[in-house]
Ligand binder design. Structure first.
Ligand code: GDP
Length: 195
């Protein structure tokens, strides 16, 4: 699945701009700066595919990529900007809700969580929305290279404890480092085996 070409298809700002849901789809969500662009670039092996800098206003789009013409990979805008205007946040939340409840082919959402910080309130909001939308989500821990193994235990306990309260959460965490490549093959195989 990841051996072939990954192509940017389109950025979407409203439901009527979505491509037809004619293939399996996975989406990626996470707080701004969590390492989402780096992870998507590492997964697809294409540097600069997902824009590495996100600013409110510029990337309020849902970005669709095609994976080997059989899957869509969907990059949701980063959330949790300290000073994003309320109108922008509300518009985005509306589109996100519509997207999550309206894509029959969406098989899994990957919610990215920084290994240094664990789950924050804005992450919980997304997780609650995923519960309500009945979209299975799996947490991908990012930047694992920045935290010593011995220091990861406490954070991972916090993450597992919080996940246990979300019915849509898939229990297995994926530890990754886009920088070192750790966890990337595992994440690829998780996506490739979804049916
Ligand atoms: P996004 O806003 O979620 O798309 O985050 P980016 O991918 O742009 O990454 C934010 C910052 O974290 C950048 O400075 C990246 O170089 C850095 N970063 C991303 N992934 C990793 C990683 O796995 N390890 C380390 N050490 N830094 C990372």
């Amino acid at each position: 699945l990841f051996a072939g070409e990954t192509e940017f298809l389109k950025g979407v700002v409203a439901m009527d701009g979505m491509p037809p849901d004619d293939r399996l789809e996975v989406c990626f969500a996470g707080r701004s700066n969590v390492g989402k662009s780096s992870l998507i670039n590492a997964l697809t092996g294409r540097k600069g595919l997902a824009r590495a800098s996100n600013t409110p206003g510029r990337t309020q789009e849902i970005n669709f990529f095609t994976l080997a013409e059989s899957h869509y990979l969907v990059d949701l805008p980063g959330y949790g900007y300290a000073n994003a205007p309320l109108a922008v946040v509300e518009k985005w939340q509306r589109l996100l809700k519509q997207y999550l409840s309206g894509r029959a082919t969406l098989r899994r959402a990957f919610v990215l969580v920084d290994t240094r910080h664990g789950i924050k309130p804005v992450d919980e909001e997304i997780m609650t929305l995923l519960d309500k939308s009945a979209v299975t989500f799996q947490v991908v821990m990012t930047k694992a290279d920045k935290v010593k193994d011995s220091d990861q235990v406490k954070i991972l306990d916090q993450v597992r404890e919080k996940l246990s309260k979300h019915p849509a959460a898939y229990p297995e965490l994926v530890m990754t480092s886009a920088e070192k490549g750790d966890g990337i093959p595992l994440l690829r195989s998780i996506i490739a085996t979804l049916t």
